[in-house]
Design a protein around this ligand. Structure first.
Ligand code: ATP
Ligand code: MG
Length: 570
């Protein structure tokens, strides 16, 4: 491509409305332009990167045995009513009516459409397993679109769906996608981690998010410093402590104390001169309309997702004052386990506590020296807390570290959630009707490209990894008015193109400094500079964008060097 012909509007100033570096650089380097909130156009340079990334995705999907389809964006409400999501999916689902007053939506994901297709066409176990994928536009009416194409409303996604006859097969399908994802992100030169993610009601370790590590990432993860355990913070487990037999001889007499207006853990600790480790917090939640008391040590926080999964409820929120009054017979701030009128769940952090403080279920009162068994019983201890700094690995008990990341992909075993609701059945060997077992697997196309910039840039601009670079090489004649330079550049350009190398020739009548700045900004991995001095000796200068390394090479050697460098970096 000749730069002078290219639609490539670069910008020197940092756009004021772009918070993260990838968003800033994508605007500055002429990769994207905003149309309206959360809706972006890709310009030629950006679209080349998208196409290259999609190509990698396609190759690895094919390698993993998935077949490409292309499903519609507009979806009828009926399918969503069948799956139950028409009412459950929030405002991210953009709903509208067509001229015949039929309700529709723009697809935020395609489980319903694919399940409908497969149930109509697949009848026998002989036609399974099946994995279908597409690369297609999704629309999610995100409440707060931000970070450019990282969290936008209209975006490209690769979504794959597997259908199997049994659990074993479903796990194999899952593993294939998991492996394919590892290859895809590795090929893009990204630093990433698959982390265990929340599976909701499905359970087991059959949901992994692929997080590209970046401080700007919206997701928090923990990972073990010794084994390969890594999990999204919302899913991260803590090991179950060993339970020691409490000796009743150590139990001090139960004591009710007047604590006027003392409600929070800090206030309780200051008033009673104890530490948060001596106090048990009693939090009343409303789980699908029913009260539940969660007991947790004063220095820990409840992870509501764990509570929700343990209870298997749909809605969980902190109880309102009337519910608290109903179960504790006291206003907010004095709840405790003794005599409470609802089910209680105790976190692991309570195991082995004795003589602790908790609310007395009585306004302005707490109780001291509370002990299990003597004062109230707990059926079982459950992992309900949010992992904190200092928590150890649930697998090998080694130290864990916290990091942030950008979720670029997600693999998820769906089980029979959709196939059951939408009756995706098949006949097994014995002619019996069975339900298909599904998995779904997504990759955010634009988000991955943005995430790759978050990991590959410097003060001058983007540094594209070779595998997704819009062009592999940029040829920069320092002065196109000088005919010998222009000619030599064009000749080299033709020669490299002929070898299938992706080359941009900066034939603009601009100062060399301006061209160098643009070449750095748009992040082309290899720059070949053609100047009068070197050319007189049949030489050119080669500069590697990432390392800044400069080499003077004879014109005859250039091609082999470029071919090699590209090969090494792919
Ligand atoms: P998030 O938690 O970030 O909202 P999600 O869990 O809703 O994402 P999935 O439904 O798992 O996302 O979608 C699969 C992939 O699509 C994600 O891993 C991500 O890469 C991409 N993606 C999701 N939402 C957006 C968005 N608003 N903008 C760009 N990419 C997105
Ligand atoms: Mg997800």
């Amino acid at each position: 491509m000749h730069y002078s012909m290219m639609f490539l509007p670069t910008v020197r100033e940092t756009p004021s409305d772009a918070e993260v570096i990838s968003h800033q650089l994508m605007l500055r380097a002429g990769v994207i332009r905003k149309l309206t909130s959360g809706v972006y156009s890709y310009l030629p340079l950006g679209y080349r990167v998208i196409r290259k990334f999609e190509q990698i995705v396609r190759e690895e999907m094919t390698r993993a045995g998935a077949q490409e389809v292309f499903l519609p964006t507009v979806q009828p409400a009926e399918l969503w009513q069948e799956s139950g999501r028409w009412t459950h999916y929030g405002k991210e689902l953009l709903r509208f009516r067509d001229r015949h007053d039929r309700e529709c939506c723009l697809g935020p994901t395609h489980e319903e459409v694919i399940t409908d297709l497969v149930r109509n066409e697949i009848k026998s176990y002989r036609q399974l397993p099946l994995n279908l994928y597409q690369i297609q536009t999704k629309f999610r009416d995100e409440i707060r679109p931000r970070f450019g194409v990282m969290r936008c409303r209209e975006f490209g996604m690769k979504d794959a769906y597997s259908f199997d006859t049994d659990e074993e097969g479903a796990e194999i399908s899952y593993r294939k996608m998991f492996d394919a994802y590892n290859r895809i992100f590795t090929r893009c030169g990204l630093k990433f981690r698959p982390v265990e993610a929340d599976t909701g009601s499905i359970g087991g370790s059959f949901s992994h998010e692929f997080l590209v590590t970046a401080d700007s990432g919206e997701d928090a993860m923990v990972y073990c410093t010794r084994c390969d355990y890594a999990a999204n913070l919302e899913k991260a487990e803590v090991p179950r402590p060993e339970q020691k037999q409490a000796n009743a001889k150590d139990f001090l007499p139960l004591e009710e104390v007047c604590t006027p207006d003392v409600r929070t853990i800090e206030e309780v600790c200051a008033f009673l001169k104890v530490t948060p480790q001596d106090v048990i917090k009693t939090l009343i939640f409303n789980a699908d309309g029913k009260p539940i008391a969660i007991l947790i040590r004063g220095d820990k926080e409840v992870n509501e997702i764990k509570v929700k999964n343990f209870l298997g409820c749909d809605e969980l929120e902190l109880a309102m004052d009337d519910m608290i009054l109903e179960v504790t017979k006291s206003p907010r701030g004095f709840a405790g386990a003794i005599g409470i009128k609802c089910r209680i769940l105790a976190d692991y952090s309570l195991m082995n506590m004795k003589n602790f403080v908790m609310g007395a279920n009585k306004e302005d009162h707490h109780v001291k020296n509370v002990n299990f068994r003597r004062d109230f019983t707990v059926k079982d201890f459950v992992d309900l807390r949010a992992v904190q700094e200092g928590d150890v690995c649930p697998r090998c008990l080694s130290a864990m570290k916290f990091a942030r990341g950008i979720e670029v992909g997600h693999v998820f075993k769906l089980g029979t959630k959709y196939s059951k609701a939408m009756k995706a059945h098949y006949l097994d060997k014995n002619g019996q009707e069975k339900i298909m077992i599904m998995g779904c697997y997504g990759i955010g196309i634009g988000r991955t490209v943005a995430a790759s910039i978050e990991q590959n840039y410097d003060g001058k601009g983007i540094i594209w990894p070779m595998a997704i670079a819009p062009y592999q090489v940029i040829i920069t004649p320092v002065n196109v008015r000088e005919e010998s330079l222009a000619k030599a550049s064009e000749a080299l350009y033709q020669k490299l193109q002929g070898q299938g190398i992706e080359v941009l020739l900066d034939d603009r009548d601009e100062r060399a400094g301006v061209k160098f700045m643009d070449a750095d900004l748009i992040g082309i991995p290899i720059r070949i500079t053609i100047g009068p001095k070197n050319l007189a000796e049949k030489k050119v200068e080669i500069k590697i964008r990432r390392s800044g390394e400069v080499k003077i090479l004879g014109l005859a050697e250039v091609e082999a060097f470029i071919v090699n460098t590209i090969k090494e970096e792919m």
